[in-house]
Design a protein around this ligand. Sequence first.
Ligand code: ZN
Length: 112
Amino acid sequence: MKRKKPNLKKYHNYILPVFGQDFLLEVKDLGDDDGLTSVIKKTIEIDSKIDNIEDFNQTVIHELGHAIFHRISVNQTAIHDDVKEIIVDSIATTITELFELSLKRQKKKGAK
Ligand SMILES: [Zn+2]
């Protein structure tokens, strides 16, 4: 039996505070990317083609890792981007495997 695809679009326009700075969660078609974080626009974009909650959560946590690295100035160190990818991805995978997660933040005011 095929599992019903969850409605992950409901998380579009959620606010994700990272160390006091709000990042806007956007669920949209990203082509070949699963997720993108912009520390300039303060957005975390997740690909709308993701079709299960575990992959969605893993990707959100991965991207939050990048936002945290920005907020705690890891991006200003000499740590190579490949190493940062390994760190955020392994933390996201471990948390997703161990916990059943759901986003509890609310939508941006005025967003539908
Ligand atoms: Zn990444």
